[in-house]
Design a protein around this ligand. Structure first.
Ligand SMILES: NC(=O)c1ccc[n+]([C@@H]2O[C@H](COP(=O)([O-])OP(=O)(O)OC[C@H]3O[C@@H](n4cnc5c(N)ncnc54)[C@H](OP(=O)(O)O)[C@@H]3O)[C@@H](O)[C@H]2O)c1
Length: 319
C-alpha cells in the first residue's frame, strides 16, 4: 500500500515511516513547508507538502494515488482549547472530508489515551471505557475521534490511542534520561501509567492497516507493563549500567507552579512548552489502558521493555 503519513517530521511519524517500509509498504511523508525533514531525507523517504489550511480541492489532489493515510500530525504542545482544536480537530475534519471525496480506502487516526482520560486504581481502561477526558488536549482528541467516526461509512477508519510514548528521537524523554544518568529522578507523574515505545506503537498501527477491523473502532496500544517516572528512570539507568536513581517526590502544588511559570515564559518568547498545566491534568495517579484487543485483532506483540530502554539509551548516547 502507498501510505501517506501526516506528522511525518515528528517523533512518532519517523517510526511510522520506518515501520511501513519494514512491512513492505510505500510510505509517503506528508510535511509542511517549514518542517525539519533531515530524518526523512537522510533515509530517502518520499515526501509531499500537505497544508491543512489549503483549499479543499488542493487537499483532495494531495491524496491522489494514496491507499491509506495515517494521521499523526497534532499533539499537545499548545495550551488553550482553541489552539488545541486548531491543532487536533480542524485538520482532522479537513483531511477526512478530502479523503471521502478522493475515496481513499483506509485511514488511521492517531488519537491518545488522554481522549478517554485517567483510569481508576487497578482498573486499566479497556475498549468499553466511556471517554472522560481530563485535559484540553484529551478533549480535542475526543472531538477528533467523533469527527472521523462521522466519515466511517465513507473511509474505513480505525482510531489508535497511544499512552505516553518514548524512544529514539523523542526529545520529551531526554529529561528522564538525564535524571537517570545523574542518579536523581523527580517523581512528577502518575503512580501507574501505561507507556509504549514509538517503534512498537508504529508497528501496531501498521499491523492494523492489514487487519480485519470494523470502521470506527478504537484501539489502545501499550507495551504490556505499567510504570511510573521513577521506574522508567530506573530502567534507563540499568540500561546505562548505572545504579538505581533516587526518587524525589515533588508535591503537586509545586508542579502546578512550575508548569504555570514555564507556560508564562514560553508565552513571552512565543514558544511551546512540552510541560504545562494541561499536561498535569492528564497526570492523575492512574493512567492505564489495556491493549489486548490490538494484539488479538492485528496479531501484533510489543517487544520487551528492556530492549526499548536499551535502544533509547543508545540513541541518547549518540545524539
Ligand atoms: N508523544 C506522545 O507521548 C504521544 C502520546 C499519545 C498520542 N500522541 C499523538 O501522536 C501524534 C504524534 O505525536 P509526536 O509525539 O510524534 O509529536 P511531535 O514529535 O511533536 O510531532 C508532531 C508532528 O505534527 C506536525 N504538525 C504539528 N502541527 C501541524 C499543523 N498545523 N499542520 C501540519 N502538521 C503539523 C509536526 O510538523 P512540523 O515538524 O512541521 O512541526 C510534526 O510532524 C500526535 O497526534 C499526538 O497527539 C503522542
Amino acid at each position: 500500500m502507498r501510505v501517506l503519513v501526516t506528522g511525518a517530521s515528528g517523533f512518532l511519524g519517523s517510526h511510522l515511516l520506518e515501520s511501513l517500509r519494514a512491512a513492505g509498504h510505500e510510505p509517503v511523508a506528508a510535511v509542511r513547508q517549514s518542517s525539519d525533514t533531515t530524518f526523512i531525507d537522510a533515509h530517502g523517504f518520499e515526501k509531499r507538502v500537505v497544508d491543512f489550511r489549503a483549499p479543499h480541492d488542493d487537499l483532495v489532489a494531495a491524496l491522489a494515488g494514496i491507499d491509506a493515510v495515517v494521521h499523526s500530525a497534532g499533539g499537545g504542545k499548545v495550551t488553550s482549547l482553541a489552539e488545541m482544536e486548531a491543532l487536533n480537530v480542524a485538520p482532522t475534519e479537513k483531511l477526512w472530508a478530502a479523503m471521502a471525496q478522493q475515496k481513499t480506502p483506509r485511514a488511521v487516526l492517531v488519537s491518545s489515551l488522554a481522549a478517554v482520560g485517567p483510569s481508576q486504581k487497578g482498573r486499566p481502561h479497556d475498549d468499553d471505557s466511556a471517554p472522560r477526558p481530563a485535559s484540553r488536549y484529551g478533549l480535542s482528541k475526543h472531538k477528533a475521534e467523533a469527527v472521523v467516526r462521522g466519515y466511517k461509512d465513507q473511509v474505513h477508519t480505525v482510531i489508535v490511542r497511544p499512552p505516553a510514548l518514548f524512544g529514539p528521537r523523542d526529545s520529551r524523554i531526554v529529561p528522564v534520561l538525564e535524571m537517570a544518568r545523574r542518579g536523581v529522578v523527580l517523581d512528577v507523574g502518575p503512580r501507574k501509567m501505561a507507556i509504549c515505545s514509538g517503534r512498537d506503537t508504529a508497528d501496531g498501527i501498521v499491523a492494523l492497516l492489514d487487519a480485519p477491523t470494523t470502521s470506527g473502532d478504537a484501539f489502545f496500544v501499550e507495551q504490556g507493563v505499567s510504570t511510573s517516572i521513577p521506574e522508567l528512570a530506573r530502567g534507563f539507568a540499568r540500561a546505562m549500567g548505572r545504579r538505581d536513581p533516587w526518587a524525589v517526590p515533588v508535591p503537586r502544588p509545586a508542579l502546578w507552579t512550575l508548569a504555570a511559570t514555564l507556560e508564562a515564559v514560553t508565552c513571552l518568547v512565543r514558544g511551546k512548552s512540552p510541560f504545562n498545566r494541561d499536561k498535569l491534568r492528564d497526570a492523575a495517579p492512574y493512567v492505564e489502558c489495556n491493549g489486548q484487543r490490538l494484539r488479538d485483532v492485528a496479531g501484533w506483540t510489543p517487544r520487551d521493555l528492556e530492549t526499548c530502554f536499551a535502544e533509547t539509551v543508545a540513541w541518547h548516547a549518540q545524539a
